[in-house]
Design a protein around this ligand. Structure first.
Ligand code: ASN
Length: 318
């Protein structure tokens, strides 16, 4: 139904775009999002993070842990992938720069059934950050601080928009609650992320994610095989994933072992593994989806309402 509405010719498409851009919910959420972007940036800069340029084309990108179509362009006889996340670029750049972040546009051609999830755009932005010699616990603390600062800023700056959207926003009590992945699954079943989100009034951390549920680059506990030193944050009220991140594997032999366990090849990640072979230092990081953050703050049914030119899976639009 939503798809029927969105699939149309160019003229209809343009009209749809103009309609979208005059929807007061869209205009309000864009204003809120501008505040969120500014606040997150300032929070990170104040803590010594450097903003670096996004990379959009590269021979190396995130393999992700779920299937998406994998687009590339051919340049100078080589394949360059459209960025799915800057995970490896972060891990490489941070070796020289210490603490970095990127307002990173990502392309993930999710399958068409994600059209009506309310949470997926195939082009979106994450504020993606990484810091050297930092633990997951320090990253959790940083995330809570910068999220609360952004919520406080929105409450102060966007009262008109919040009133229109009938949303109340304030910082959450810290530390946020946390539950391990396995405990969450045992308590709520396979659909635990959605259930946990629906029944919560504050954000909840899901920590210690099993190895098969994540990409090879998140670090395994040295003394707990099969469990990773990583985390996801879940927005309350059913809005689901807010961010994901963790500590990274940095030892060459561990990285190769993890690639092998995923049935992937070193060749696929050569641009990264060559560097790891020479030696890199441990780092941690995470990425916060900007549109999903905005959707939660504004209480919107679909993340498309947070973007002036939204790309929903399966639909071509301006
Ligand atoms: N940004 C995520 C991280 O830092 C990676 C991703 O987007 N897949 O772990």
């Amino acid at each position: 139904m939503l798809k029927q509405m969105l699939k149309s010719n160019v003229v209809d498409g343009i009209e749809r775009s103009m309609g979208h851009l005059s929807d007061p919910r869209v205009l309000s959420s864009i204003r809120v999002q501008s505040t969120i972007r500014q606040s997150l940036r300032e929070s990170l800069v104040r803590r010594g993070f450097l903003e670096i340029s996004p990379t959009m084309l590269s021979p190396l990108t995130d393999p992700l842990n779920h299937p998406v179509y994998d687009p590339y362009i051919t340049a100078y006889g080589e394949k360059l992938w459209l960025t799915k996340s800057m995970i490896f670029h972060k891990q490489i750049a941070v070796q020289q720069l210490g603490k970095i972040f990127i307002m990173s546009p990502n392309i993930r051609l999710e399958t068409e059934d994600k059209l009506s999830s309310g949470r997926h755009l195939f082009e979106f932005t994450q504020i993606d950050l990484e810091a050297l010699e930092t633990t997951r616990e320090e990253m959790i603390c940083l995330a809570e601080e910068i999220i609360n600062e952004a919520l406080e800023r929105v409450a102060a700056v966007n009262s008109a928009e919040l009133e229109f959207l009938k949303r109340k926003v304030k910082p959450f009590r810290r530390p946020f609650d946390a539950i391990t992945y396995l405990d969450a699954r045992e308590k709520f079943g396979d659909d635990f992320e959605s259930k946990l989100s629906q029944q919560s009034e504050s954000p909840v951390w899901i920590v210690d994610i099993p190895i098969e549920a994540r990409e090879f680059y998140d670090r395994e506990y040295p003394d707990r095989p099969g469990i990773l030193r990583d985390m996801d944050l879940i927005w309350p009220e059913g809005f689901q994933e807010a961010l994901s991140g963790g500590e990274r594997e940095f030892q060459y032999d561990r990285i190769l072992e993890r690639i092998r366990r995923k049935n992937q090849t070193e060749e696929q990640f050569r641009w990264f593994t060559e560097l790891a072979r020479k030696g890199i230092r441990m780092s941690s990081g995470f990425g916060i989806g900007i549109e999903r953050f905005t959707r939660f703050v504004c209480g919107l049914e679909h993340v498309m309402l947070t973007n002036p030119f939204p790309k929903v899976p399966g639909v071509v639009s301006l």
